[in-house]
Design a protein around this ligand. Structure first.
Ligand code: SF4
Length: 421
């Protein structure tokens, strides 16, 4: 089966004469753009189609200077910001000696609004300008939060450095990622779905639907088990025994042993005990966060280590990327706070619901972020969140990993094992 490769759109933005066209020419290795010291040489956006080794087919946009005065300047600006919407990656070219940062401030603001990955390229005209880079970051704090490179953009010898920088800091939209990399054809996979009061009638939740569809599409067999959580948790009573037997009978009925169980994270307290040792175990939330973070589950696993250092008075942010109705034993507002009350007394919990996320200054106050599966976010939006957290140094973990941790180190290791972590 042939895979369609989509062209990457890379836009080059900045002030007049910052060196945007030189960056364009470095990438295309030819005079695609006219480079001249007269401000405003790029009359409108120029584009070039190109194959870049390591990235594949790209469309480059060399946009007009964003600080050109007058009516024509305003028109070009509108065009350039429209181009930004089309881009998968924005390169912001900065002349460190050019003073005023209004343009840079605006490009960063627009790219954050659109969740566009952004890389900074400082164009060094004179060697002494390198020293000014730190001063600029002092004036515009957000400059510290993006990967940066300082080169002489009009020097062809800098091309390899520029390409390496882009490849190291940009994940292509063509990089394919499997939802369940451990899946094998012709094998059975059990989905444990409690269907509590938050489950909408008539459909599965998105993580459940995605996992079921993926398994079926890949010629394996998804089988669902509705777990009665209330019965399973009736503190070892008759109902627990009956529910446990129902689950054991269900597994016994397979002529071929299921390869893995994927459970709702909130049932980890039950499944960590009931899932037989020969069947792998992980959770929907872990599957989702790995997928939407483009394979960065290890970062969330590392973040869980921060739980060990929490002290009374520390703040933790619980993040859910959608606004589903929160009723009953909701994970974010009831279950996770319940674990904190028991294991981390005095730790202060705050919530962030929906698609908007806190700004970097606000994020810095937290000792840990606990994020849901993020299935309602685009991969770009989740990447943008991770970029901000990385720049502030705040660790992040995930609902599934947190709830596994609450069952002990062995349970955490178990849910990570299918991912080779
Ligand atoms: S965005 Fe988060 S809270 Fe909403 S359904 Fe997806 S995983 Fe659950």
């Amino acid at each position: 089966m042939s895979v369609l490769i989509e062209r990457e759109h890379i836009g080059i933005f900045g002030k007049m004469n910052a060196g945007k066209s030189s960056v364009m020419n470095l990438l295309t290795q030819q005079e695609t753009s006219l480079v001249d010291a007269v401000p405003g040489t790029t009359a409108d956006t120029r584009t070039a189609l190109q194959e870049i080794h390591g990235l594949g087919p790209v469309k480059l946009f060399d946009t007009a200077g964003l600080n050109e005065p007058g009516e024509l300047g305003a028109k070009k600006r509108r065009k350039a910001y429209n181009d930004l919407k089309e881009c998968d990656l924005a390169l912001l070219v900065i002349d460190p000696s050019a003073g005023d940062l209004a343009v840079e401030r605006q490009v960063i603001a627009e790219s954050r609004e659109l969740d566009k990955p952004l890389l900074l390229i400082y164009n060094i005209f004179k060697e002494q300008d390198r020293a000014k880079i730190e001063t600029l970051a002092g004036e515009l704090e957000l400059l510290r939060f993006y990967p940066r490179l300082a080169i002489r953009a009009n020097d062809l010898a800098c091309r390899a450095e520029l390409l390496d920088f882009i490849l190291a800091n940009y994940q292509s939209k063509n990089d394919r990622l499997e939802l369940l990399p451990f899946l094998q054809k012709d094998e059975y996979y059990v989905l444990v779905i409690p269907m509590d009061v938050e489950t909408p009638p008539g459909r599965y939740l998105r993580p459940q639907a995605m996992v079921e569809e993926y398994i079926t599409r890949h010629w394996a067999y998804p089988v669902s088990f509705r777990l009665d959580l209330a019965a399973a948790r009736s503190l070892g009573g008759v109902e627990t025994a009956a529910e446990q037997k129902r689950f054991a009978d269900f597994l016994q009925n397979f002529q071929k042993r299921p390869q893995a169980i994927i459970t709702d994270s909130q049932a980890m307290d039950i499944l960590s005990q009931w899932c037989p040792a020969d069947i792998a175990l992980t959770t929907f939330s872990i599957v989702m966060i790995n997928y939407f973070s483009r394979g960065r589950l290890r970062k969330f696993a590392d973040g869980a280590q921060a739980l060990k250092n929490l002290r009374s008075g520390d703040k933790v942010l619980i993040v859910e990327a959608c606004n589903h109705s929160r009723i009953g034993e909701d994970i974010g507002t009831v279950q996770i706070p319940g674990h904190f009350a028991q294991k981390y007394p005095g730790v202060l919990l705050e919530h962030n619901f929906g698609r908007e996320f806190q700004d970097n200054q606000a994020l810095a106050q937290y000792k840990l972020i606990i994020h849901c599966g993020g299935c309602m976010l685009t991969a770009q939006k989740l990447q943008a969140r991770l970029r901000d957290l990385e720049s502030t140094g705040v660790p992040i973990t995930n609902y599934g990993l947190f709830l596994a941790c609450m069952q002990g180190e062995a349970a955490l290791r178990r849910v990570l094992a299918p991912w080779n972590i």
